[in-house]
Design a protein around this ligand. Sequence first.
Ligand code: SAH
Length: 462
Amino acid sequence: MKSGIPVEKNQEVDVTFTDLTHEGAGIAKVEGYTLFVPGALPGEKGIVKIVKTKKGYGYAKLIEIKEKSPDRVDPPCYIYDQCGGCQLQHLSYKGQLIYKKQVVQDVLTRIGGIKDATVHDTLGMEDPWTYRNKVQVPVASQNGELIAGFFRKRSHDIVEMDKCIITEETIDEVIQEVKRIAKTCGITPYAEQKHRGTLRHIMARIGVNTGEVMVVLVTRTKDLPFRKSLIKGITEAFPQVKSIVQNVNTKRTNAIFGNETQVLWGRDVIYDTIGDVKFAISARSFYQINPSQTKVLYDKVLEYAKLSGTESVIDAYCGIGTISLFLAQKAGHVYGVEIVPEAIEDAKKNAELNQITNATFEAGQAEKVIPAWYNQGIKADVIVVDPPRKGCDEALLQTMIDMKPKRIVYVSCNPATLARDLKVLEAGGFRTVEVQPVDMFPQTMHVEVVSQIILKEEAGSR
Ligand code: SAH
């Protein structure tokens, strides 16, 4: 036994699970020592085998469950135990929604020091399957055959995937068809180690309200052999496909996309609608992946923004202007900022498409552009932020504090960075009032949250 560690590698121990980590793994204690065990649920008892020990905690594998949680269900996916995509299929959907609320409550108090905000029950889906409107699969070679699927947990090995049950069915079939055609033509799969081969990723996205599909082929080389056969095969099998795009990524990198994108067939965008607003979406642009829950999320943003029709609104991290245009209908003017230039092109197109004239967009870093706007005299009554997982940049938080908007609506896909940023905003004169988790990613550990934050001076006149 290593000093202070009560278990050692390969040892089997009886444990009781008390909790779940934010990654969806079960937590058990052995003489006060914490073990993380994927696949186990709170309230369960079982035998685990120690995989790895570290100073304060260790990892173990679930060998046998002796007492099951009433929330345990059979995971319906045939590769659930290998694929790294979902983490919570073995937990009932009701249990997942409760878990996600607890994650939010936990980080708000522990990291954010926020105790008096109301955390609502997670808004979930009626049917939490086949919801993803986008799927992107890495391509590789296995025993000389082209395969495509998802990365195995914590690895770069690919688990061949024939069907993904959280993905919308048409695009799931499109992926299988592209794979089949690529195999038949003899297109070479990308070999990560040697940095050879042609096809790196296949991506498919659907606008579920229009039915339009885009296929993106990410290649290592500019040259794409058999492109005519690919285009013919895809368009003949799927008349819903309106756009086939090639993206060239020549680098040795984990990033999926390279800088060069060209249309191989059809348009450079597909269209979709959210509520009454129509959107053009291009290959490189971010677009929320759960369409029905996006409407729920954006309606919540609108509710928390409490617009009367005259407000000046900033939408930071605006993507293709979805939230901006949703809010523009109820605001005086909306200013959107986003780092991906193609997304800003889409946002401008989308404003025109919907004849919305009170929204302006600028490409750049939110933490640079918004302070510059502030210096030019642009002041927002309401600021909406929807940053990536790493949260808001400090410079942006400081500008928000200086600008003193009446309200901030913070949309977050990472409760931990949300809590960190809320702490800064609270110290800067704001108060977090309400927090609403929305389940955008059923079956996975991912949690999305909308929070309403008000200027403390405003609290009385709310
Ligand atoms: N609000 C949008 C997009 C949210 S995703 C929607 O609901 O669709 C976060 C967006 O932030 C992505 O489009 C990403 O490209 C963008 N982004 C990432 N870092 C940024 C930064 N520093 N400044 C501005 N935008 C950024």
